[in-house]
Design a protein around this ligand. Sequence first.
Ligand SMILES: NC(=O)c1ccc[n+]([C@@H]2O[C@H](COP(=O)([O-])OP(=O)(O)OC[C@H]3O[C@@H](n4cnc5c(N)ncnc54)[C@H](O)[C@@H]3O)[C@@H](O)[C@H]2O)c1
Length: 364
Amino acid sequence: MKKIKVNLDKKSSASHDICIGHDILDRMGLIIAKNHPASRYIVITDSNVSAIHGESLLNKLKGIGLSADMIEFPAGEASKNISTVLGVVERMLRIGADRSSTLLALGGGVVGDITGMIASLYMRSLPYIQIPTTLMAQVDSSIGGKTAIDLPEGKNLLGTFHQPRGIFIDLKLLETLSDNEFNNGLMEVIKYGIIEDAGFFRFLEENMGKIRKRHDDVLEKIVESSCKIKKGIVEIDEKEQGLRRVLNFGHTIGHALEAASGYGISHGEAVAMGTVTAVRISERLHDLPAEDVVRIEHLIKAAGLPGRIPQTVATEEILSRLKMDKKKRGDTVHFVLLKKIGMPFINGGVQEQALRDAVEEMKR
Ligand SMILES: NC(=O)c1ccc[n+]([C@@H]2O[C@H](COP(=O)([O-])OP(=O)(O)OC[C@H]3O[C@@H](n4cnc5c(N)ncnc54)[C@H](O)[C@@H]3O)[C@@H](O)[C@H]2O)c1
C-alpha cells in the first residue's frame, strides 16, 4: 500500500494520508481501528455502491469488532440536495451518532460531497474518512476537503471546506465501474496532465490503450500521479483563493454545457467539450501552439470522450449559463486558459463574442 501525505500545515490536525492499494479493505479496517478510533463508524453510501461494496465493508468492520452501521440514499446527482442531507442526518440521530462517531464516505463524488458536508455540520462537526469508489472520486473529489450540495439555481452552491481524516483508495473497487463512469474520471486525469505535468501527459498518450483496459500497473500510476498533483495544488491553496482555480480548467464551459443540456450530457463528456473549447480559445487568443491543440484533442478522443459540442445544445443557452456561473466577477467570466501543455493561467475575462465563436466552431 502506497502512502501520500497531504500536508496542510496551517492547521496540522487537517493533514492526513492518502493510502493507495489493490484489495486493501481488510487492512484499511485495521488501520482505521488503530489510527482513527471512534465509538461508532457510519458508512454513508448510495443505493448502487451499497449492494456492490457496502455490505462487504460493513461486515469487515464488524468482523474486527468495530461498531458499524450503514446509511444509503438513492444514487445519482439528483440526490445531492438538502433533503438527502436531512434524511441522512435524521437516520444518524436515530442510530445515536454523536461527535465520537466517524463517518466513512463509500462512493463516488456525490457520496463524498454529501458525507463531507454532513460531517462538517452534524453537531458542529465530526471526523470523516473518504473511501472513493469511482475513478473521478479517487483522483479528484475525495482530495481537498471541498463539500457541497446543489441548489435549484446551480451545482455546488451550498458547501463547506472540511478535510477528511484519511483517504483510502482501493483500485479493486474500480472493477465494477461502468466504462462511461470510468471515462468520466479519465477526463480529470487528462486535465492534470494538461495543467501541471507535460511528462504525465506524454505517459497518458503512450498508454491510453492499457489504461482503458484497466491494467493494474497503469491504473496505479495514473491514480497515484493524479493524487500527487491534486494534493500539491491543495497544499498551496487549500481554500481556492488562487492557484487551486486552475483545477477548473475545462470546467467553466463544461458546467454550462451540463446545465444547458438539462444534465443529459455527463460531467466527464461536458468537461471534455469544455476543455477542447478552452484549448481553441487559448490557441486563438494566447498563441497556444497548434501542435498542443492537436495532441489534447487526440488524447481526449483516445479516451473515448467527445471533442465536439452537439448541435442540439443551443449556443445562447450555454452563454446564458456561463453568465450565471458562480465564478462570474463583474461583467466578465473568468477562464483558465493554456499557454502550453503544463502551463495554465487564469484569464481576467473572455469577450462574449469570442466565446460565441468558439462554441459555434466546436459544433461544426
Ligand atoms: N469535492 C470536490 O472537490 C469535487 C471535485 C470534482 C467533482 N465533485 C463532485 O463529484 C460528483 C461526481 O462524482 P462521480 O463522477 O463519482 O459521480 P457519482 O458519485 O454520481 O457516481 C457515479 C455513478 O457510479 C456509481 N458507482 C460508484 N462507485 C461505483 C463502483 N465502484 N462500481 C459501480 N458503480 C459505482 C454510483 O452509484 C453512481 O451511479 C459531482 O457531484 C461533482 O460536483 C466534487
